[in-house]
Design a protein around this ligand. Structure first.
Ligand code: CAA
Length: 252
């Protein structure tokens, strides 16, 4: 629980893991900026937070665009308060084998994950440094370890880990921690989309994934939200620069 009412930004929180993280942080007591490309798409998450008694603001912004990020963070600071918790969750996939991967497939994945996390972190860090408190949580993936068809995404998600460790080193003396969560198979529109693309019914796809996972189930967005809640918490101030694989079993 935040000692005072802090403001958190969760990017890509219209749905999926981002929505679960936004709801969890709101129930932990933060004011939450629900940020996604399309402001109208944030309504469900915002309504769910408000219905549960929390405070939330829908913000439409493109994390890969410098001006859009600057305007969004300024608006959030003015309307909700200085953001001192940032969860860089916004992400896309453009899976393809290397020999068929277009430059646009490469650039768009890099732009959302890496440029997006960079721009959002840079815009928020001054509020964190001023407050002498900050929590940055970056979403990596088990794909960072390599995954067929994901040269772009795995490079971006490995990049998120290096980015996280450097932020931890640079910002630690200002009371700011940076950590990464690397989810395994999580039940979201993203994995449902992959099943559809490879032509496997989602139920079968999930069963096949679960059979490879030591805890014998696939993950839920709430599994990731729980870990984000820990990293954001006051008591996690001595945990920084870490990557936690939340994948139902060991990964390295
Ligand atoms: N040059 C020429 N030919 C090549 C080649 C090269 N460099 N590399 C491969 N090929 C050939 C292969 O030999 C094969 O030919 P044949 O069919 O004649 O054997 C062909 O190219 C490739 O065929 P595939 O059917 O294997 O590949 P595809 O193009 O249909 O799709 C794939 C491959 C993109 C990997 C697809 O199966 C896929 O999208 N899989 C899912 C990927 C995945 O796991 N994504 C995770 C999404 S969820 C997520 O990302 C969340 C998270 O964080 C974990």
């Amino acid at each position: 629980m935040a000692q005072e009412t802090r403001t958190a930004i969760v990017t890509g929180s219209a749905r999926g893991i981002g929505a679960a993280v936004a709801k969890r942080l709101a129930s932990d007591g933060y004011k939450v900026a629900v940020l996604d490309l399309d402001e109208a798409a944030c309504a469900d998450t915002v309504e769910a937070i408000k219905a549960a008694g929390g405070e939330a603001l829908a913000v439409g912004a493109n994390v890969a665009d410098e001006d859009s990020v600057a305007a969004a963070v300024e608006r959030i600071a003015a309307e909700l308060g200085a953001p001192t918790v940032l969860v860089n969750n916004a992400g896309i996939i453009r899976d393809n084998m290397l020999f068929k991967m277009s430059v646009d497939d490469w650039d768009s994945v890099m732009a959302v994950h890496l440029r997006g996390a960079f721009l959002m972190s840079r815009a928020c860090q001054k509020h964190m440094v001023d407050a002498k408190f900050g929590r940055i949580v970056n979403l990596s993936s088990t794909s960072a370890l390599g995954n067929r068809g994901q040269a772009n995404y795995s490079a971006a998600k490995a990049g998120m880990q290096g980015f996280t460790k450097t932020l931890a080193i640079e910002l630690g003396k200002f009371g700011v921690t940076a950590n990464a969560i690397a989810p395994g198979f999580i039940e979201t529109d993203m994995t449902a989309g992959t099943a559809a693309r490879v032509g496997v019914p989602y139920e079968d796809f999930k069963k096949a994934a679960a059979s490879q996972i030591p805890v014998n189930r696939i993950g839920q967005p709430e599994d990731i939200a729980h870990t984000a809640s820990f990293f954001a918490s006051e008591g996690a101030g001595f945990v920084s620069g870490q990557v936690v694989y939340v994948a139902g079993g060991p990964k390295d």
